[in-house]
Write a protein that binds this ligand. Structure first.
Ligand code: DAU
Length: 351
C-alpha cells in the first residue's frame, strides 16, 4: 500500500513511519507542516528509503492537500496531524480548531474526491484511518474503564476538537461511504516526545536541576502506552480493522502522576549517578492545578486484543527505563527541539 501519513514528523507519527518502513513493505508519504513540535530528524533512520517521501504541507491548506492526493494517489491515509498539548489548547484554542477540526475536514474531503477517482475495486479497499485520543471520553472516577461505547464528554479545547474530528470522520463514513477506521489511545511515551508533556518534561527538568511541576496533588491517573506498541497497533488496525469500527488502544499501565514523577526521579538517580541533583525527588514541586483537569483515564483494550491479536509488549517499568536512557543519550536532540521555542515554562493557566 501507498500510505499518506499526516503528522509524520511528530512523536507518534514518526514512530508509525519508522515502523512502516522498517517492518513492512508499505510506502509512505509523510505530510507535515513542521510546527514547533515537528522534527524531521526523528526520521533519519528511514528517510533514505525509496519507499519514503516527504511533503511539507499544512492540512489546513485544502489546495495543497488536494495536490498531495493528485501527485501520490494513495491507497490509504493515516491521519495523525494534530495540535496535541492540552495546556497549549487552554492558552490558545484557535490552532486546535483549525488543525484538528478544519484540517481533518480537508483530509476527509480530499480523500472522498480521490476515492471517487479510483477504479471500483480500489474504492472499496481505500482506507481513512483517524488516530484520536481517549480524552474524547472525558474523565473517569476511581473505577471503570473507557470502552468503544463510552459516551463522548470532552473537557478541554484540545479534547473537544478531537471529539469534533471523530464525529466528522464517522459522518463521512455514514453519509459518503468513505471506508474509515478510528482509534482512540491513552497517554503515549517514549523516545522523541516533545519535552512539554509530563514524562519528557520531567526528565529534562531533572537533568537541569529545575523544579519538577506536579499539577494539584499529583493524584490524577493516566494509562501509559509505549509509543512503539501504539505504532504496531495502528498498523494492525489499518491493515486488518473493520471498516466503520473504532478500536481503543491502551497500555494497561495506570499510574498516578506523582508515582510517575517519583519513578523517573529514581531512574535518574540510578542512571545519572554523576548528577549534582540527586536525589532528584527533592526537585518535585506541587503547583496550581490544570483548569478542567480530568481525574483519570484508563482504557479497556479488549476489542483490539480479541479482534486483531494486539497486546502491548512493553511494561511501564521497561518502557520508562528505555525512555529515560534515550533522553540521557539524546540531550542534544532535545536541546535542538526546544531551542528558541520552549524553555519549560508553565503553560495552560491563561484565562
Ligand atoms: O490520553 C491521551 C492524551 O494524553 C493525548 O491525547 C494528548 O495529546 C497527550 O498530551 C496526553 O494528554 P495529558 O494532558 O494527559 O498529557 P500531559 O503529559 O500534558 O499530562 C499528563 C498528566 O500530568 C496530566 O494529568 C497533567 C499532569 N502534568 C503535566 C505536566 C506537563 C503535571 O502534573 N505536570 C506537568 O508539568
Amino acid at each position: 500500500m501507498k500510505i499518506v501519513v499526516t503528522g509524520g514528523a511528530g512523536f507518534i507519527g514518526s514512530a508509525v513511519i519508522r515502523h512502516l518502513i522498517s517492518e513492512t513493505q508499505h510506502s509512505v508519504v509523510n505530510v507535515d507542516c513542521l510546527t514547533y513540535a515537528g522534527n524531521l530528524s526523528t526520521l533519519d533512520v528511514v528517510s533514505s528509503s525509496s519507499r519514503y517521501s516527504f511533503e511539507k504541507v499544512n492540512i489546513c491548506d485544502s489546495a495543497a492537500v488536494q495536490g498531495v492526493f493528485e501527485r501520490h494517489r494513495p491507497d490509504a491515509v493515516m491521519h495523525l496531524a494534530a495540535e496535541s498539548h492540552v495546556d497549549r489548547s487552554i492558552d490558545g484554542p484557535s490552532a486546535f480548531i483549525q488543525t484538528n477540526v478544519v484540517g481533518t475536514y480537508n483530509m476527509l474531503e480530499a480523500s472522498r474526491r480521490h476515492r471517487h477517482s479510483l477504479p471500483a475495486d480500489k474504492q472499496d479497499e481505500f482506507r481513512f484511518h483517524h488516530i484520536s485520543t481517549d480524552e474524547v471520553y472525558g474523565s473517569l472516577g476511581d473505577e471503570g474503564l473507557f470502552t468503544e461505547e463510552t459516551s463522548y464528554d470532552p473537557s478541554s479545547p484540545y479534547s473537544a476538537s478531537k471529539a469534533a474530528s471523530d464525529h466528522l470522520v464517522r459522518a463521512w463514513n455514514r453519509t459518503y461511504g468513505l471506508p474509515v477506521v478510528l482509534t482512540n489511545c491513552s497517554n503515549n511515551y517514549g523516545p522523541f516526545q516533545y519535552p512539554e508533556k509530563l514524562i519528557p518534561l520531567t526528565i529534562m527538568s531533572a537533568l537541569a536541576g529545575k523544579p519538577l511541576p506536579v499539577y494539584g496533588k499529583g493524584e490524577n491517573v493516566r494509562d501509559w502506552l509505549y509509543v512503539d506498541d501504539h505504532a504496531r497497533a495502528l498498523v494492525a488496525v489499518l491493515e486488518r480493522g473493520q471498516v466503520g469500527e473504532t478500536y481503543n488502544i491502551g497500555g494497561n499501565s495506570e499510574r498516578k502522576n506523582i508515582d510517575v514523577v517519583r519513578t523517573i526521579c529514581a531512574l535518574m538517580d540510578e542512571l545519572n549517578q554523576g548528577s549534582a541533583h540527586r536525589p532528584h525527588e527533592k526537585l518535585i514541586t506541587f503547583v496550581t492545578d490544570r483548569p478542567g483537569h480530568d481525574h483519570r483515564y484508563a482504557i479497556d483494550a479488549s476489542k483490539i486484543r480479541r479482534d486483531l491479536n494486539w497486546t502491548p509488549q512493553e511494561s511501564f517499568a521497561s518502557g520508562l527505563k528505555k525512555t529515560v536512557q534515550w533522553y540521557l543519550a539524546n540531550q542534544d536532540w532535545c536541546g535542538r527541539a526546544v531551542a528558541d521555542r520552549y524553555a519549560g515554562e508553565r503553560l495552560g493557566l491563561k484565562n
